[in-house]
Design a protein around this ligand. Structure first.
Ligand code: ADP
Ligand code: MG
Length: 682
């Protein structure tokens, strides 16, 4: 007989081959899968006070039948059944369409419970369900499941119910007794049952609370397990940097470091020196001065006799970094080189040789750096800039490059805390939360498209002063579906408008690398005063003379992205401006425009962005690396996430965790993740 939940659903009564296949379409293979196929929402049939119910809202109420039902047939097979219902002291009308058979169930002066849509003006419920008697006999919350193919709502409910009756007793507890007590959690079986068949709202809430915690805890255990493993099992190198040289290097910088920069530099230096391998995320708002921190780290590693690599997402950015690094590091005898996919042939061969021989100390480039052909002589430190553009997989390849180099990931899109501890939960985090002194706040305005003339007049005033401007558009070419301005159109409009007074450049993702580079060079040399561009310029580009940024259709961008774009100006000493051209329709979009004009703090914006857009959209769809949870919601349940993280961190240090039966299940889950594969743990 079946004695575990990992059996095919075919063992359930009433499920045959056909149903089994249909369920498999929904990724439900085993009894356990079925039991854990949770509803994605609930129809709320709990009783409400009619005075609180809004027009058109769905509602369930009970009352006494106050008139004989009247049934009218019309059209073909159509019918309308009406009666009056006394609810508390209100007398309302109830209507059922096309359910004539209900007539026999409606008896004068009997209690009934009906559910349907409330029409406040007509004081009528357009009902879909009727139950005799009082509501305590009803399920208040009806689970709604995602469906596919042949499986119906009624069907899935039935199958789950059968699974429970037949096998519910086999469900094991997964959490240790101590935690269950500490947080007063429902046991697993009761929680799973309540998800499908809640007794009431409170019961459902407790069920969710328990399962959310379990899900986060299991997840965080894997993250913390990975972190522990990477720190302790993988041999990093002790990088004994030359403190005196480093001090001199920092002193000769054109500016003193901010306190935040100093703190972060110390965190990095400590990691370099330790035998653990650094796996650190460095967050700092646009313009907070991450580049110089990277340079200090790489220089430190250099003085310890190691090579370094700096990896960025675009060639333009690589070149820019190359320029600042030459400037900063070459005087200290550090040999820097650039490697991108457009460097080919003999030159490429020379560079690769130089890297392999250790003659080149720091290699800067795009993802070309993590290709197999690049072999370092003695790689000590790898830094990636704007790392969220590198996927999880690339992060791993990078960590495996060379013999366990220390790795620092830098990002200018501040990541909301809740995402940071999920997506980057296995990493240590450093934060630069302070801007260099004297930085002027970028003034941000929101204008409607009808105000474009005034905006352009304003822009020209800046151009007359000798400044430059970015103009950002969401798309390259006109799209039939989207009524948005596009770079090519805007470019020709503005060329016409500024008619020889100023030169207008055009930049977008369809240009070849050489073309992009030419445009960018022309802009940074001020041969071109206005640059019309798609979001290609979003990342890292540095032209301090640009003081004005105009963003078309700004409502189409996320807050973090707008903030990134805005960060392209305000890089020099002059006051800078950002103008959002937008006619937002929804309240949320209006809210976003307002938030942009209100705050310059990337961390605040990122939290808001996550709130407004949800985790899936935060990083963009593709390489998000955001785990999928069955019950938990990272944004909504962030408190539970933090608790789970703390618990996981502590738990993994406990001796009992590795030995006691209480932790058996969690331990197994951790092992399943493959983190400790082939490793001895003691
Ligand atoms: P980001 O963090 O966006 O990469 P950058 O490293 O490009 O920022 O720095 C932005 C500008 O601020 C650069 O011109 C840099 O030279 C300057 N900067 C960095 N740190 C300081 C500081 N401590 N004081 C003054 N200016 C600084
Ligand atoms: Mg930068």
């Amino acid at each position: 007989m079946v004695d575990n939940l990992n059996q095919s659903v075919i063992v359930l009564k009433g499920i045959g081959e056909e149903t089994k296949e249909a369920l498999e379409e929904m990724k439900i293979f085993t009894v356990q899968d079925l039991l854990e196929y949770f509803p994605y929402r609930y129809e709320d049939y709990s009783l409400r006070d009619l005075a609180e119910v809004k027009h058109e809202e769905k509602v369930t109420i009970e009352g006494k039948v106050h008139s004989e039902p009247s049934l009218i047939y019309y059209g073909k097979k159509k019918s309308r059944l009406t009666f009056r219902l006394l609810v508390d002291r209100y007398l309302i009308q109830v209507v059922f369409f096309n359910q004539p058979y209900l007539k026999n169930k409606i008896m004068m002066n009997e209690m009934v419970t009906v559910s349907g849509k409330w029409d406040q003006h007509r004081q009528t419920i357009s009902a879909s369900e009727l139950k005799n008697g009082q509501s305590s006999h009803l399920t208040e919350f009806e689970p709604i499941y995602a469906l596919k193919g042949k499986i119906t709502m009624k069907g899935i409910r039935k199958f789950i119910s059968i699974a429970f009756n037949q096998f519910g007793h086999l469900m094991r507890e997964t959490l240790p007794e101590s935690l269950m007590k500490k947080y007063k959690l429902l046991n697993r079986r009761d929680a799973v049952r309540a998800m499908h068949f809640p007794d009431n709202g409170e019961n459902l809430k407790q069920a969710r609370r328990r399962l959310v915690y379990e899900e986060f805890l299991t997840f965080q255990l894997k993250m913390q397990g990975l972190r522990k493993f990477e720190r302790e099992q993988s041999q990093g190198k002790e990088q004994n940097y030359h403190l005196e040289k480093l001090k001199i290097f920092i002193e000769q910088l054109p500016f003193p470091l901010t306190n935040a920069q100093k703190r972060v530099v110390n965190e990095i230096l400590k990691d370099l020196k330790s035998t653990f391998r650094m796996n650190r995320l460095l967050q700092g708002d646009v313009g907070s001065g991450k580049t110089v921190v990277a340079a200090i780290g790489l220089y430190a590693s250099f003085t310890a006799g190691f090579q370094g690599a700096l990896m960025v997402p675009t060639e333009i950015l690589a070149e820019q970094h190359m320029e600042s690094f030459l400037h900063l590091l070459e005087p200290f005898g550090v040999k820097c080189e650039l490697l991108t996919s457009s460097i080919k042939g003999k030159r490429r061969k020379e560079i690769l040789e130089g890297v392999a021989l250790g003659e080149i100390n720091i290699l800067i480039g795009t993802h070309a750096l993590i290709q197999d052909e690049v072999i370092f002589h003695h790689l000590g430190l790898v830094i990636t800039d704007e790392q969220h553009r590198f996927g999880v997989e690339q992060r791993r390849i990078l960590r495996e490059k060379g013999e366990n180099p220390d790795v620092l990931f830098m990002t200018a899109t501040p990541i909301p805390r809740t995402l940071a501890i999920t997506v980057f939960g296995e990493m240590d985090v450093s934060i630069i939360d302070e801007m260099p002194a004297g930085r002027k706040v970028i003034e941000t305005y929101w204008a409607k498209h009808t105000m474009l003339d005034r905006v352009l007049t304003f822009m020209e005033k800046e151009l007359i002063k000798g400044r430059q401007a970015y103009v950002i558009c969401p798309l390259i070419e006109e799209s039939e579906k989207l009524d948005v301005q596009n770079a090519i159109d805007v470019h020709s409009t503005l060329t016409h408008y500024f008619n020889q007074r100023y030169d207008v450049g055009l930049m977008h993702g369809r240009l070849s690398n050489e073309e992009k580079e030419m445009v960018m060079k022309a802009f940074s040399k001020n041969d071109v005063q206005l640059l019309v561009s798609t979001t290609v310029v979003e990342v890292g580009v540095n032209v301090p003379n640009a003081t004005i940024m105009l963003i078309y259709d700004a409502e189409r961008f996320g807050l973090s992205q707008l903030h990134q774009l805005r960060g392209r100006v305000g890089r020099g000493n002059e006051q800078s401006y950002c103008i959002l051209l937008a006619d937002p329709k929804s309240e949320v979009s209006k809210e976003r425009m307002k938030i942009m004009t209100d705050t310059n703090d990337g961390f605040v914006l990122s939290e808001k962005d996550l709130e407004l857009r949800g985790p899936g959209d935060f990083f963009g769809r593709k390489q998000s690396g955001i785990p999928e949870f069955k019950v938990a919601d990272m944004v909504h349940d962030y408190r539970a996430l933090e608790t789970a993280r703390n618990d996981a961190t502590a738990m993994i240090q406990l001796n009992q965790f590795w030995t006691s039966d209480e932790y058996k299940y969690l331990r197994e889950e951790l092992m399943k993740s493959g983190v400790f594969e082939g490793e001895k743990l003691d």
